[in-house]
Design a protein around this ligand. Structure first.
Ligand SMILES: Cc1ncc(COP(=O)(O)O)c(C=O)c1O
Length: 473
């Protein structure tokens, strides 16, 4: 080990606590320390090159080569105004960014409240919904409808909406009363093969949950256009239109959580445009700045903005770094690059390439399902492709952690193996990726999945408690 490498390994183990990580994993093993990025690749301390197959955490929209351009915008802004808040005063970058986002937004969505990230955005949406309901004479409406297995963040409000028991359990009971309804995993639903019946069954479930809770107590329904956790769960046709109709009928605000899906991940500026609906609020973060700065926000419909601008309500919420001027100019530059380089067009053109490459893996028996949209794909892995029996228990943990994860990593692919719901492999490369990258990723996946399948045949069937999460969120 070189002196510098050794030093960083030692200091990391002594001082740095990783997120969602079993720190004992590094007692004997090295920590992966990523030192630099270039295009769609990142490089570790040894100079080993990896495909950034998850865009960091679904946020490195522009890859790793726009630091100079975006950094120059940041530099210029720092020279004139390095910080000013959005608390009762404004500054030009936040004004320009809010205007730009409104220009890109679905019709009728014209105002933006900035935050520092996804969890804050989700909580800000709930506070907005609750105050909106109060301003409209409905002070009892505080409850939320969310979906099973969905990840909406882990700060205490957002965690109430997150439907992953593993994340919630240590902190139960959670603050905001939330009911979790079925997600859109067609592969695991008895009517999943019939899109119309599947959609109808899901919507009946939503309606029943609202009725059970008493509609006059429900403030907001939150869902992602394509749900991340559980594995890129796309909606059946008519699903979002159905949610819109149910929310309108019951006086509930519809929040489209687009922390992952906004700014091009699905080939449109917003997931709502991709699936042709207009929500009341859109929460966003991650890709807005191409992950060059931590920034998020809530985009609201004129209907939601109304009481806050006609004197009936004053929004009781704020964050020191919400709408940071440096972050705002970086976001403006990232959006400019996306438009200039037709990044959304690239995602749209790549969608069929990604689909073909990943669906080509279905001949490997461990691949139960392949699904996704844009640059956002998942493979659901099964012990038995005929019965769709999932992997579970300590054997599954070993299979994913020690066998598959290692095989993919050794071959230069960073992606996500997640077993918080049914085990999946997730692929979400930067939006600037060339089509050839999907072939390369599929090639690596094939080798890894074949090794994992062979291993699963040799090892005894394992049952017991679900394996722990193998990768971060
Ligand atoms: C849909 C969704 N909402 C909210 C969040 C929370 O965002 P953050 O980690 O920036 O707080 C995430 C994070 O992955 C997310 O995917």
């Amino acid at each position: 080990m070189s002196g510098e490498k050794d030093r960083l390994q030692r200091l990391a183990k002594q001082h740095l606590m990783l997120h969602f990580s079993d720190m004992t994993a590094y007692d004997d093993d090295e920590m992966t320390i990523i030192e630099r990025g270039e295009g769609v690749h990142v490089f570790d301390q040894d100079g080993r090159r990896f495909i950034d197959g998850l865009s960091g955490l679904y946020c490195v929209a522009l890859g790793h080569s726009h630091g100079d351009e975006i950094g120059e915008a940041a530099h210029q802004q720092m020279k004139s105004l390095s910080y000013s808040s959005n608390w009762t005063i404004a500054h030009p970058p936040a004004i320009e960014l809010a205007t730009r986002i409104s220009d890109l937004a679905p019709d009728g969505m014209n105002r933006v409240f900035f935050t520092s990230g996804g969890s804050e955005s989700v909580e800000a949406a709930w506070k907005m919904a609750v105050q909106w309901q109060q301003a409209n004479g409905e002070p009892r409406r505080r409850k939320v409808i969310a979906r099973k297995d969905a990840y909406h963040g882990v700060t205490m409000g957002a965690l109430s909406f997150t439907g992953i028991p593993y994340c919630r359990a240590p902190f139960d009971p959670l603050g905001i009363p939330t009911t979790h309804v079925s997600n859109t995993n067609a592969y695991r639903h008895p009517q999943g093969d019939d899109e119309e019946a599947f959609c109808a069954a899901l919507l009946v479930g939503v309606e029943e949950a609202i009725e059970f809770e008493d509609p006059s107590t429900v403030a907001m329904l939150i869902a992602e256009p394509v749900q991340n956790a559980g594995g890129c769960l796309t909606p059946p046709a008519g699903y979002w239109q159905g949610l819109r109709e149910i929310c309108d009928r019951h006086g509930i605000l519809l929040c489209s959580d687009e922390v992952i899906c906004a700014y091009g991940r699905l080939g449109e500026w917003f997931g709502a445009q991709r699936y042709d609906y207009v929500p009341d609020m859109i929460t966003f973060a991650k890709g807005l700045t191409g992950a060059h700065f931590s920034m998020g926000g809530v985009l609201m419909h004129d209907k939601v903005a109304e009481p806050f601008f006609d004197g009936r309500a004053s929004y009781n919420n704020g964050y020191t770094f919400g709408g940071h001027p440096v972050g705002s100019v970086m976001a403006l530059k990232a959006l400019e690059i996306m438009e200039r380089d037709d990044v959304l067009g690239n995602v749209r053109r790549n969608e069929s390439v990604a689909s073909e490459a990943l669906n080509g893996l279905r001949d490997i028996p461990i691949v139960g399902d392949v699904r996704g949209a844009g640059h956002f794909w998942a493979l659901e892995l099964v012990r038995d492709p005929d019965t769709r029996e999932p992997f579970s228990g300590p054997g599954a943990e070993e299979l994913f952690k020690d066998v598959l994860s290692e095989a993919l990593f050794d071959r230069g692919l960073i992606c996500r193996l997640d077993d918080r719901a049914d085990p999946i492999v997730q692929i979400a490369p930067p939006l600037v990726a060339e089509p050839e990258l999907f072939g390369e990723i599929a090639g690596i996946l094939r080798e890894g999945l074949e090794i994992a399948w062979d291993h699963a045949q040799e090892s005894p069937r394992a049952h017991g408690s679900p394996a722990a999460s193998i990768s971060p969120i």
